[in-house]
Design a protein around this ligand. Structure first.
Ligand code: ADP
Length: 588
């Protein structure tokens, strides 16, 4: 952290120094140029005066007549410049006099000298160059007079070192100013540098999605940073909370058995769970349909109509418009619901109600079957009683006969009501009954006792070698019903001299697999598929004679299903019926 703090400060100082140097350079260049201009102007003034003096001297002494220009030497000595060079050049370029060169008569033609060329057309001409004689840099100034050019030259001494020397004080002040600003800058960067660095780290952590675990220093920038961090953390928390809630909601919606979809006001789908798509496909019978096309499907045309009808209505929270209808496809039933919310967004719920509808149909059939079955004994009882009431002189023998028949019908009624109530109990128990430990050999013994006289009468044998270890987990009275109904059927339908065999033919971790068989007449193949249905009876003389209710095997099957077991029936090769069924093991 300390490193990055210095890095920030160093960068800032580097920038500051670079800018300062640039500004300084600009100032010096500007000043140097000004100095040069000023120097040139002063030299021009001075040298212009000197040329005028020389011209006067020549004219006064009529040197152009005597041609004795050497007299200028005496003038030169009087002038206050030790290194002054004076030359007189005639209009053709011949040197008439030169204070530096003794035998100037031999000098080359000077018409090509830049200052001479310039002064031939303008007021005066200047040039800076090194003198071939003294090797020093001279400033030449030339003026044209009526008969000649007079040229004066002085050492040109404007150089940087001299200039800097002259401006040392000024530069010192500037340096001081720089240091002062530098110190202020250091103070400011020290004060805010760390905050800026932390802000930078914070910004970088945002981009890389890493949590930012650090504090901001206690200064103005730091406070701003802390505030931003606080707001950001709150925002992050809210975002995470929202994502969790969304996830929960979506899990919840996906766990539902219903298909749910939310649509925006513009009828665009915002969310749909997995079941929605599945149910949509089932309802339309088309597997290539997607939720986006939902409202275009004819099966859901009622929804579009309903939405259009409610598009202008103001909706209050308490009274949301709701549409519900049912559609059927391939023998299945579906309910379609649509609710419009007050912001005109809406939800659609699809539901597979086939099972509910089927159960409803079964219940209806059951009720009418029960009514039908009850009607027969009740009307016979009514018939016997009416006969006796209408006939005052009825013989006691006949009376007894009618009463016995009526009694038999009452027994049948009781039996019917018993069976119906067992079936009702199974239905109502659902998954909520409490299982207990049931020993099957004990159950078989109890059944044997219950049918003792019938068994003896029909010479029936029950063979079973189940040990005490065969215990199942379930409802004792229902399991008793299973074996009781099976034995009763064998007694009623198998015939005389039959052998009933009960044994465990297989077992696994969870179930015992029982075989219950007799060697009687068996069940005709065409009835096999239906004998577990309620009130279904094989219409044979034997069945009618036995006066069963047609509910026995239905009770057996439902009781086994309630225990999560299974049952099938088959006729044995050598004759007789065999029921194979499973019941859950009791876990010790
Ligand atoms: P029920 O009250 O008539 O006994 P069930 O549901 O118990 O009704 O039996 C349905 C029909 O199956 C009976 O009417 C009978 O014809 C036939 N059935 C059941 N068990 C046997 C069996 N062991 N041997 C022959 N037929 C049987």
């Amino acid at each position: 952290m300390a490193f990055s703090k210095n890095q920030f400060r160093n960068t800032l100082l580097l920038f500051y120094s670079a800018i300062f140097c640039l500004v300084l350079l600009l100032i010096i260049t500007y000043l140097y140029r000004r100095e040069k201009e000023y120097r040139t102007e002063t030299l021009n003034d001075e040298l212009s005066n000197i040329t005028s003096i020389v011209d006067n001297f020549i004219n006064i002494n009529s040197l152009y007549i005597t041609n004795d220009y050497r007299q200028i030497d005496s003038l030169n000595k009087l002038l206050p410049h030790p290194n002054l060079r004076i030359s007189v050049i005639d209009r053709e370029g011949k040197v008439l006099y030169d204070s530096f060169i003794h035998d100037y008569e031999n000098m080359d033609n000077h018409l090509d000298r830049p200052e001479i060329i310039q002064s031939s057309s303008e007021d005066f001409g200047t040039a800076i160059r090194k003198s071939g004689t003294t090797r020093e840099e001279y400033y030449y100034y030339s003026r044209k007079f009526s008969r000649y050019y007079v040229r004066a030259a002085l050492i040109y001494d404007v150089n940087v070192v001299n200039f800097l020397k002259a401006n040392l004080r000024f530069l010192f002040i500037i340096l001081l100013f720089f240091i002062l600003i530098g110190i202020v800058l250091l103070f400011v960067t020290n004060r805010f540098g760390e905050s800026v660095t932390r802000l930078k780290d914070f910004a970088l952590s945002l981009r890389s999605d890493k949590p930012f675990i650090s504090d901001f220093p206690k200064n103005e920038l730091g406070i701003i940073g802390s505030e931003i961090l606080g707001i950001y953390n709150n925002l992050l928390k809210a975002k995470n909370d929202l994502a969790i809630e969304k996830e929960k909601l979506s899990n919840h919606l996906n766990a539902l058995n219903e298909g749910v979809a939310f649509f925006s006001k513009e009828k665009e789908i915002n969310f749909s769970n997995d079941h929605f798509i599945k149910l949509m496909n089932m309802i339309t019978g088309d597997l290539k349909i997607f939720p986006a096309n939902f409202l275009e499907l004819p099966e859901f045309g009622e929804i579009t109509e309903f939405l259009n009808k409610n598009s202008e209505i103001v909706i209050t929270d308490a009274d949301l418009p709701k549409l519900e209808y049912q559609v059927s496809k391939d023998g299945r039933f579906f309910s379609v619901q649509c609710v419009i919310f007050h912001d005109k967004s809406f939800e659609v719920i699809l539901n597979d109600i086939t099972r509910i509808s089927k159960n409803k149909i079964i219940k209806q059939q059951m009720t009418s079957n029960i009514a039908h079955e009850l009607k027969t004994p009740v009307s016979s009882i009514k018939g016997y009683i009416e006969t006796m009431l209408n006939d005052n002189e009825i013989e006691p023998k006949k009376q007894k006969y009618f009463l016995t028949r009526a009694m038999a019908q009452t027994d049948r009624l009781t039996e019917l009501i018993n069976d119906i109530s067992i079936l009702n109990r199974i239905e109502e128990a659902g998954a909520s009954f409490l299982p207990e430990k049931v020993k099957i050999n004990k159950i078989i013994k109890e059944v044997g006792e219950n049918f003792k006289s019938a068994i003896r009468e029909k010479k029936i044998r029950i063979e079973s070698d189940l040990g005490d270890e065969v215990t199942v987990s379930g409802n004792k009275s229902l399991i008793l019903s299973v074996f009781q109904n099976l034995v009763e059927n064998s007694i009623n339908y198998a015939g005389e001299n039959t052998l009933i065999r009960i044994f465990v033919y297989n077992q696994d971790k969870r179930f015992y697999y029982f075989s219950f068989s007799d060697n009687g007449v068996g069940i005709p193949e065409e009835h096999m598929g239906r004998i577990f249905e309620r009130f279904y009876r094989v219409d044979s003389g034997r069945s009618r004679k036995s006066g069963g209710t047609g509910l026995g095997l239905s009770i057996v099957k439902n009781a086994i299903l309630l225990h999560k077991g299974e049952i099938i029936v088959r006729n044995k090769a050598g004759g007789g019926t065999e029921f194979l069924f499973s019941l859950p093991k009791h876990k010790k």
